[in-house]
Design a protein around this ligand. Structure first.
Ligand SMILES: [Zn+2]
Length: 171
């Protein structure tokens, strides 16, 4: 058993589970203790995530929907400028009563309740965030400070970039 009591990472949904059809709205803030994201985009440690969740009890679990507001720091993949912006994540997840044993059969929006009646908020935040992250984020659609242009320069013919360029042409 994990110790979930008095840990803001875990939301106790015991009351919702009492009867099918029960519904509850939850608003709260959660401090992110460690960086979440990729090299290009992420949420810094210490940021606050604002959760507004709706939970509904259904026959075999709890359905979660709502919004999470967080500050996302993005590094432009063209000019490397960093930017901070507020984003809204819209998680949708289903929490089963039974612990799901076979991970392979898991739908990506299917989760298990921790200790039978807790929702792991960090987990749903992380998964919602990763759905939103871009592989090559840009500061502006018109950002022209392209690294790739340098690769097209003939001066790079004999450099390690030539190999990269050849690769790029194959794409
Ligand atoms: Zn840029």
């Amino acid at each position: 058993m994990k110790n979930c009591e008095n840990n803001p990472q875990y939301l106790n949904v015991f009351d919702i589970l009492k009867r099918t059809g029960l519904r509850g709205e939850f608003s709260f803030k959660f401090h992110i203790t460690g960086f979440l994201g990729t090299e290009m985009e992420g949420i810094a440690a210490g940021e606050v995530a604002e959760f507004k969740l709706v939970l509904a009890s259904v026959s075999d679990g709890v359905y979660l929907s709502g919004t999470i507001l967080v500050n996302l720091t993005t590094t432009c993949s063209r000019c490397l400028k960093t930017q901070n912006r507020r984003i809204e994540l819209r998680p949708q997840a289903f929490y089963l009563h039974e612990t799901v044993v076979d991970e392979e059969n898991l739908d990506e929006n299917l989760y298990s309740l921790v200790n039978g009646h807790y929702i792991d908020l960090l987990e749903i935040l992380r998964d919602s965030l990763f759905e939103k992250l871009e592989f090559n984020p840009v500061c502006d659609a018109n950002c022209t400070n392209q690294f790739l242009e340098t690769l097209e320069d003939d001066a790079y013919e004999d450099s390690p970039f030539a190999e990269l360029r050849a690769l790029k042409e194959k794409l």
